[in-house]
Ligand binder design. Structure first.
Ligand code: ADP
Length: 729
């Protein structure tokens, strides 16, 4: 039975990649073993390669189900640019084109066919496919089959017939939606038989998350864009009107931006999307209507001008940043009105859905108001554990947030004011009293005589308003009453605060942001050795080439490839092939132009060419996050580096690093423990395993009575567990 490692030569030849990402190897193995599977990886996790590489390797035709023509088109363009025979059939094809595709399938030339679910499930297509060798079916965006997913499409339901009509052909489902009910529903709707569930990590270490209360939103957007001059980004707005206003504001300042929303004619939307993909414009200002069809890999920032209704939506939308694995920034702006609005929407839902919908909004609100690490909050929301204390890639961990030092006293002042107002006034009024307003209404009510009057004068009303909202969202006081004017009252946990038994976390209002946000340490590493001027020159060349060929820019090369070229600066076609993302076809198609540009640049700027850049950039050890350390350790293990050396490089304890190695082995599916354990020791340990009372490290340790060290036992055991016949874990 072939394994993922057997696909490495074709990975290099066609994609120019050295290796599979850890989770891809496992997903690829399921395909090679004809085992039905459900693969969940966040956007940018690299799902496509999980089925594309085996499709090229295996005999026959892989049929890929995709919901949108634009998605199919991008994927087919990318595959063809890598020299792979792929096609799609959809309503935009002429009869002649369809006939050609059918001939290519019959002759066995075509390796991947992209098709929509409704077309696949017509009798005509099904009987045609029954007459040819289908290697497997891959269902992309598989959550569309589930009513519980966020994008239910009834036509996906028809796909349940695949398992009946194509006995023995495996079906694989791919999605970025994490929740367990959805995963199970996908498997049962598709009639999968004993599927392998493969859930990757939901953390996106290359994304830096920031959350800010909404103030002057236009200025806030400018602040973010200022950190990403000339880079691609998406700005999500709450309303169609806002998309138009912000887009025209940006354009008036000389930026290349366009609005996108469902109210625009189809052709305008398609043009905007195209302009974005080809990098004719940098920024799309959109409603959530913009998204699914976008697989542009180098989106460097995603801004939300308002809060989405759930963390699933936020993960999905923010996840469009940094799909190429390079650093990107996601900034979410929220205001109290956002949550009121989403709660109102939830109220209007059928009774059975209402409770869940409201709880979901509350989670979103907690995320915004909270001051726990954003990476941790997101990962834990999706039911996974987050390793480490400091992610070094969010506003909380980077200490961008301004936590109010005397939060307890501030909260007590606010809550006691609410009590003194007999819980019969709203947030605005309470803030005014606390800030010592002498407004007529306040004086008439005699509230200027309260002991709490003017207690927070120095803070200003907008800060006090913000704190009140934070207290509400953390459950220390609540809003009640119908209609527009909601009143405040103290909750039982609020009384605890008044008694000094609980302390809320309060944030200061955002300070005027320093224009230049710190580039995170991990991000700085990814630029190590890159000549920025050359990178920009290559970007311009890519834009030209993409527009000449009428394809999105990333189909030519992604940012990671350009950075690698600007780091290595190859002056021969041979050296060019060494760059990340350069396969044989791209070497032939683009080598001359890109190498030419590199030579010209290096000569003109007296920059050293042909740099030997095989050494991975050395991360700043102080600031390396745990997930980045793990990631980094994996790449050293890939080169067979001993554990103690890796431990030193990633600045982690030996035991932690050994654990990374165990995870690395599990993820890559290795069977051989070399170079970490010699062959003879491995054979000895393996020979003992079948006789153990149970498959565990303790049992092995007892058996060998220290004759073989603990580290070696653990490593061999990890390899053993990768065997298809291994006993249950
Ligand atoms: P998803 O479909 O999960 O959102 P994609 O399949 O679009 O993710 O992959 C995201 C990006 O990662 C793409 O730019 C792709 O070229 C890149 N990528 C995927 N697998 C690898 C790999 N093994 N090595 C390097 N880059 C990869």
């Amino acid at each position: 039975m072939p394994d993922a490692s057997d696909l490495l030569p074709l990975l290099k030849r066609h994609w120019g990649f050295e290796r599979f990402r850890p989770f891809q190897a496992e997903a690829v193995r399921a395909v090679l073993q004809h085992r039905d599977s459900v693969v969940v990886l966040p956007t940018g996790g690299g799902k496509s390669l999980c089925y594309q590489a085996p499709a090229v390797f295996m005999d026959g035709l892989a049929v890929i189900v995709s919901p949108l023509i634009s998605l199919m088109k991008d994927q087919v363009d990318s595959l063809q640019s890598n020299g792979i025979a792929a096609a799609s059939v959809n309503s935009s094809n002429s009869t002649g084109e369809r006939l050609n595709v059918a001939n290519d399938i019959r002759s066995g030339r075509l390796k991947l066919l992209y098709v929509s679910p409704e077309r696949l499930c017509t009798e005509r297509t099904l009987s045609f496919l029954e007459g040819v060798k289908v290697s497997f079916f891959a269902i992309d965006e598989a959550h569309c089959i589930s009513q519980w997913g966020h994008d239910f499409r009834p036509e996906y339901r028809m796909l349940s017939l695949l398992k009946e009509r194509f006995a023995g052909v495996a079906v694989h489902a791919y999605t970025a939606t994490a929740t367990e009910p959805v995963r199970k529903d996908i498997a049962s709707q598709l009639n999968l038989s004993d599927p392998l569930f493969h859930v990757g990590s939901f953390d996106r270490p290359n994304l830096t998350y920031r959350v800010e209360p909404r103030g002057d939103i236009t200025q806030q957007i400018h602040d973010v864009i200022g950190r990403h001059k000339g880079e691609s980004g998406i700005i999500y707005c709450i309303s169609r009107k806002q998309t138009e206003e912000i887009a025209s504001e940006l354009t008036s300042k000389g930026m290349k931006a366009l609005p996108y929303h469902a109210g625009l004619p189809d052709v305008v939307r398609a043009q905007t999307q195209d302009a974005f993909q080809k990098e004719v414009i940098d920024v799309v200002v959109a409603t959530v209507a913009f998204g699914m069809g976008i697989d542009k890999s180098n989106v460097r920032f995603v801004v939300h001008a308002g809060s989405p209704k759930s963390l699933e939506h936020y993960q999905q939308e923010s996840g469009r940043a940094g799909r190429d694995g390079l650093e990107a920034e996601c900034v979410l702006h929220y205001g109290p009105g956002d949550f009121l609005w989403w709660k109102k929407v939830a109220e209007e839902m059928p009774p059975e859905a209402r409770g869940i919908a409201k709880a979901t909004v509350k989670k979103m609100e907690d995320y915004c108001q909270g001051v726990t690490c954003r990476h941790r909050a997101l990962v834990e929301y999706f039911g996974q554990e987050f390793e480490g204390e400091n992610c070094a890639a969010c506003d909380v961990c980077l200490l961008d947030l301004n936590v109010t030092p005397d939060a307890l006293v501030v909260a007590q002042k606010i809550l006691s004011c609410v009590v003194r107002l007999k819980e019969r006034f709203g947030a605005g009024y309470t803030a005014q009293v606390l800030c010592g307003s002498s407004e007529q209404r306040i004086v008439q009510n005699g509230h200027d005589k309260l002991t709490t009057w003017g207690l927070l004068k120095d803070a200003g009303t907008s800060a006090v308003r913000l704190w009140i909202e934070q207290l509400v969202s953390q459950g220390y006081c609540e809003k009640y009453g119908d209609g527009d004017y909601q009143l405040l009252r103290v909750t039982p946990s609020g009384w605890k605060v008044l008694r000094g038994e609980a302390t809320p976390r309060l944030l200061q209002p955002p300070k005027k942001k320093q224009k230049k946000a710190k580039r995170t340490e991990a991000a700085a590493d990814l630029w190590a050795g890159v000549d920025q001027g050359l990178f920009e020159a290559l970007r311009a060349l890519r834009r030209e080439v993409a527009s000449e060929r009428g394809v999105p820019a990333f189909v030519v090369f992604d940012d990671q490839s350009l950075r690698d070229m600007a780091r290595r600066r190859p002056t021969t076609l041979e050296a060019f092939l060494e760059c990340h993302g350069v396969g044989e076809k791209k070497q032939r198609d683009f080598g001359e132009a890109f190498v030419g540009a590199i030579v010209a640049y290096c000569e003109a700027n007296k920059v050293e060419a042909d740099v030997d850049s095989d050494v991975a950039p050395t991360p700043d050890e102080e600031n390396l996050t745990k997930s980045a350390a793990r990631h980094q350790a994996f790449s050293y293990f890939e080169h067979g580096m001993p554990i103690d050396q890796v431990a030193e490089r990633v600045n982690r304890a030996f035991s932690t690093t050994r654990q990374y190695l165990v995870e690395f082995i599990a993820h890559t599916g290795r069977l051989d423990a070399q170079p970490w354990v010699d062959e003879q020791t491995q054979s000895r340990v393996e020979a003992a395993i079948p006789g153990l009372p149970q498959l565990s490290l303790n049992a092995l340790n007892e058996h060998f009575q220290k004759a073989i060290d603990y580290d070696s036992l653990q490593i061999v055991l990890a390899c053993w567990r990768n065997r298809p016949t291994a006993m249950p874990k």
